[in-house]
Design a binder for this molecule. Structure first.
Ligand SMILES: [Cu+2]
Length: 662
């Protein structure tokens, strides 16, 4: 509501971190356009320009809210791009920065135009005809444009480009990925709307058929009885605008057009005191390098945030009972429609609770009778799913009553494919179906976490478990310890995982002391991950410098959000984290930002075809001296469990269970 006391606050905005409303997206585009009107302007991105942390921390309900928007403009007729910040209240342009030598990610419109340009190009048509395809077959060919990367050629350094590959289909609905056309690759100039070049080399024939995965094509298995999640009394969380509260946890949830799901101000209500843990958490860049040198594969290393256009704008509308099960609360997402208006993604974020087994249990013996005490736990799941071409990525932030939280990435969808002869040596690709292989590849997802454990300044320690030397203090040679090395500056510490020492990182507030004399802390615990395998001189290694380590720690800087640089599309090596950390800034007892990269190694197997079962990876954050004891001690025992606890477990007839066993 606009009132006299909140003069600049637009309708529907109740907090400075609320994402832009549809009206604000349109207004921001309009204000930016008015500054320098051009017919060719399109809008790759319109997003909230987040206020300074001091403003957010000092905000009280009802305060006036200043709203700034970041507007990216791209002129499709000239290729000019501008980064612009507008003040929505005064309708003024605050900053207007033309981009020099940087490419915003391609528009949806440009992907479409690239397909048309390829389809009508005489060289591409000739390449298809030379493979014996009929006019009808050529009409049905699926054309996939890819961000072209930067391999130091004129294609990338002098043009705004996409690289396109092709697939045979029997109909518009067929799974084209089963019939890749080797080795044809077209390079498209997106400003001139023309194909610059077509690479056409001899290659294996496209497979004769493709396996499909859609419901109508598969006979469903039988025997699965109904499995429902029922919460007759409703959910245990509340969502007030974007403020989510659940079981002592509190956070703000939004969908950012580029980053997808963003959580702000993650905090825990500890006996009435709201203790901050993380100011902002999101996945701000990812890259998927493929390891096959073929002409249709070598350039595949999409940065799905900065090159393809963002996990937010590519988010799905989630469906009840399909993507999420049970009592669901959704948040819509609003993004630019690229033409100056907005587009709403209904149900872009899913919020629900899941049963998660037991949090704790102990069985003791009383009067020779075993007695169990057990508490079931559950988790709050905040999730979104984005479809990026052939792949689908789910991002699941999960919170637990014991003070821990975690991120689980779920990668699924259709793998990239390459036609292969039966005698293919299968070194950089592996057969998944007759005539069809899939290139080896990796997925790297960099999570930016602006930590504020118990306050705005933290110190990060690298913790390694190791044996102690033999000697008078260790006469039995059994002693071992955990060595915590404080990271004083950006180049301190290894930053790479080490399973042998159970290496993890402790984010501590050394300005506070807990009940046993230590700094309250959270631990960052790695999950399954992997190092980048592209060679030392590979273009992608330089452009995705953030993958050199799993963990980087930087002091907060409001210009540092994207670890491969703001504009990784066709970028040169060295941007982002490697450039920032070269200054080796101090990070001890500072406002620190953690950049943790999840790596997924994908040696593709036949079971990944024709649609890959979900591959999970992620990391955990666990309290370490943040609480005085297990904070889940107070989880209630369900009535019948408390009752059962008193029974003699040898007497099976007293136990719940269909056949007398439990
Ligand atoms: Cu994969």
């Amino acid at each position: 509501m606009v009132t006299e006391t909140r003069p600049t606050t637009p309708v529907g905005v109740t907090h400075p971190l609320d994402p832009l409303t549809p009206d604000e997206i349109s207004a921001a585009s309009q204000i930016a356009t008015s500054h320098a009107p051009r017919d060719g302007w399109r809008f790759p991105l319109v997003a909230l320009d987040e206020p300074a942390k001091e403003v957010v921390r000092g905000f009280s309900d009802g305060d006036a809210i200043e709203r700034l928007a970041l507007v990216l403009l791209h002129d499709i007729t000239t290729g000019d791009s501008v980064e612009c910040v507008v003040d929505l209240g005064s309708e003024a342009v605050v900053r207007w920065t033309p981009l020099e030598g940087q490419q915003p990610f391609p528009l949806m419109e440009e992907f479409g135009r690239a397909q048309e340009a390829v389809r009508s190009d005489a060289r591409w048509i000739a390449a298809m005809k030379s493979r014996g395809f009929s006019d009808e077959q050529i009409e049905l060919i699926q054309i996939d444009p890819w961000p072209g990367g930067n391999f130091g050629t004129a294609w990338e350094n002098e043009h705004r480009t996409l690289k396109a590959i092709s697939y045979l289909r029997d109909s518009e609905e067929s799974n084209g990925y089963g019939r890749p056309i080797e080795h044809v690759m077209a390079v498209v100039d997106l400003v001139e709307n023309r194909v610059l070049d077509v690479v056409d080399e001899p290659g294996p024939a496209a497979p004769e058929t493709s396996l499909d995965y859609r419901y109508n094509d598969i006979e469903p298995r039988e025997g699965l009885q109904a499995l429902d999640i029922v919460q007759p009394d409703g959910v245990s969380f509340t969502l007030d605008g974007h403020l989510l509260s659940w079981q002592k946890w509190q956070m703000r949830v939004s969908l950012h057009p580029r980053e997808g799901l963003v959580l702000h101000q993650i905090a825990y209500n500890d006996d009435g005191e709201l203790r901050p843990i993380c100011y902002r958490a999101s996945m701000t860049e990812m890259v998927v390098p493929y390891g096959d040198p073929s002409p249709t594969q070598y350039f595949k290393n999409a940065f799905d945030s900065g090159e393809v256009g963002g996990l937010g704008r590519l988010s799905n509308s989630l469906e009840l009972g399909c993507d999420c099960l049970g009592e669901i609360v959704y948040l819509d997402g609003h993004v630019t429609n690229e033409f100056g208006g907005s587009r709403t993604i209904n149900n872009a974020v899913c919020i629900h609770e899941e049963d998660f087994g037991i949090n704790w249990k102990h069985t003791r013996t009383e009067n020779d009778i075993p007695v169990s005490e057990v508490r079931r736990t559950r988790r709050l799941v905040v999730s979104a799913i984005a479809t990026v071409g052939n792949y689908d990525y789910g991002f699941y932030w999960m919170f637990y009553p014991d003070g821990s939280w975690e991120q689980e990435v779920k990668a699924t969808g259709i793998v990239q494919t390459i036609a292969a002869d039966p005698d293919d040596p299968q070194i950089t690709r592996h057969m998944i179906a007759p005539g069809l292989a899939a290139p080896i590849h990796q997925h790297f997802l960099c999570f930016r976490m602006d930590m504020e454990v118990d306050g705005g300044t933290n110190t990060v320690y690298q913790v390694d478990t190791q044996p102690l030397p033999a000697g008078p203090e260790n006469p039995y040679n059994n002693a071992f310890t955990a060595v915590a090395k404080p990271l004083l500056s950006e180049t301190d510490g290894e930053g790479v995982v080490n399973a042998a020492s159970a290496r993890h990182w402790r984010i501590a507030n050394t300005n506070k002391v807990n009940h046993v004399g230590h700094a309250p802390a959270y631990l960052l615990v790695p999950g399954e991950t992997v190092a980048m395998m592209a060679g030392p001189d590979a273009a992608v290694r330089g452009r995705a410098g953030f993958t050199q380590k799993q963990l980087w720690v930087t002091p907060y800087d409001d210009s540092e959000f994207y670890p491969a640089g703001d504009y990784p599309n066709q970028s040169l090596p060295g941007e982002g984290i490697p450039a920032w950390t070269a200054a080796d800034r101090d990070i001890a007892d500072e406002d620190v930002v953690l950049w943790y990269t999840v790596g997924m190694n994908h040696i593709v197997v036949p079971e990944d075809w024709p649609v890959a079962p979900v591959h999970r990876s992620g990391f955990k954050l666990r309290p370490a001296g943040f609480f005085e004891h297990n904070p889940a001690l107070d989880l209630p025992a369900p009535d019948h469990c408390a009752h059962e606890m008193d029974h003699d477990s040898h007497d099976h007839s007293n136990h719940v269970g269909h056949n007398g066993h439990s």
